[in-house]
Design a protein around this ligand. Structure first.
Ligand code: NAD
Ligand code: INS
Length: 336
């Protein structure tokens, strides 16, 4: 059985996921596309030679295309609307992060899914599928470094566009760490604080950059994350877990070491598409397989909500300058 997929939002990641479904993964085909910029949907269709129809909008695609599953890959603020519509139509949904840009939006999705009585949503948190993060998790779970005490992390992008504003450092960028650290540590956050170092001359007016987010967990683990989205030099994700017996570091992506012109060096990736290419492949294949067997096992709406509850507190902390509490709701039986 080939799973029929519709894609809502054919920008950078919508086009990339459509390519991987069409050229790399097995068991699914994209038969429907839409984007507020219709030219973009038509371009993806012709670039990939798809036998697909372009719909006027996401609601029309959900209602009329006959797809089994929908990929919501449009801008974050539009996710909630289409995820809820897809759930109500009984469709499976793969929604790129963030599930919604606020916890209230994620709650609406969770309520719609629970009312449907079936887990239909996977969130595009791909880091738990990354081989480096898996090694870190295995080391922590095996007790290799003893009890984790601290995490020092960095999330660096070379540049961001003009529409990227200060709160997006949290709900668009830090959201990956907010999810992956809960998974790595099997823990929840209790508070967040954000401090702003000297602003980079490369950051445009609407974004404070860099930022440092400090989190505390229930177990007392302290986490600092540098978010620096105009770092210029590359796309660089760092994570160092300090434990009682040692330190476990996220592996660097594999790269050739060159000795040349009196220098010893390795190149650094510059694009998220390349940094996590294998993880995107595995997460999306997992989604397709989950739809085929009617049993999704990847990051679910509750993970999306938990990250968003934490993100809301971080945005509040950006504004207040204070240590803000994070009150994580009890996980319902439905999501255990
Ligand atoms: N998992 C990851 O590492 C990762 C990487 C990149 C992007 N993302 C997420 O994917 C989403 C898209 O990001 P992107 O980088 O592709 O952005 P993008 O700006 O390249 O593409 C977004 C597309 O959505 C379209 N769009 C906006 N509103 C729409 C609507 N109401 N209906 C249909 N289309 C609409 C835009 O026209 C645009 O083509 C964001 O939520 C982003 O956070 C995740
Ligand atoms: O949407 C992107 C994507 O999620 C990247 O993985 C992240 O590094 C960027 O900061 C974000 O803007």
């Amino acid at each position: 059985m080939t799973i029929k997929i519709g894609v809502i939002g054919t920008g950078a990641i919508g086009a990339d996921h459509t390519r991987r479904i069409t050229q790399t993964l097995v068991g699914a085909e994209v038969i429907a596309l839409t984007d507020v910029n219709a030219d973009s949907a038509h371009k993806v269709k012709s670039d990939l030679g798809l036998n697909a129809e372009v719909y006027a909008d996401g609601h029309e695609l959900i209602a009329n295309s006959g797809v089994d599953a929908v990929l919501v890959t449009c801008w974050g603020p539009a996710h909630e609307e289409f995820v809820v519509a897809a759930i109500k139509a009984g469709k499976y949904v793969f929604c790129e992060k963030p599930l919604a840009t606020t916890a209230a939006g994620c709650r609406n999705i969770v309520e719609a899914e629970m009312a449907a009585g079936k887990k239909l949503v996977q969130v595009g948190f791909m880091r738990p599928y990354d081989s480096g993060y898996k090694l870190l998790k295995e080391a922590i779970d095996a007790g290799e470094i003893g009890a984790p005490l601290m995490i020092h992390a960095a999330h660096r992008n070379p540049t961001v566009p003009e529409q990227y504003i200060t709160p997006m450092a949290i709900h668009d960028t830090l959201i990956h760490e907010l999810d992956v650290f809960r998974w790595l540590l099997d823990d929840d956050y209790v508070s967040a604080q954000v401090v702003f170092p000297r602003k980079s001359k490369h950051a445009h007016d609407q974004v404070a950059d860099p930022q440092i987010v400090m989190l505390e967990t229930k177990k007392g683990i302290r986490i600092d994350v540098e978010i620096f989205v105009n770092c210029q030099y590359g796309y660089d994700i760092q994570c160092s877990v300090v434990g009682e017996e040692g330190i476990a570091n996220l592996p660097e992506p594999q790269a050739l070491t060159l000795r040349k012109n009196a220098q010893l060096g390795q190149s650094i990736l510059t694009d998220w598409k390349d940094r996590f290419i294998a993880a995107y492949d595995v997460e999306l294949q997992d989604f397709i397989d989950g739809v085929a067997t009617q049993n999704l096992t990847g990051p679910n709406s509750w993970s999306g909500l938990a990250a968003a509850v934490s993100a809301d507190a971080c945005v509040k902390a950006q504004e207040s300058g204070l240590i803000e509490p994070i009150e994580m709701p009890e996980t319902p039986e439905f999501y255990r």
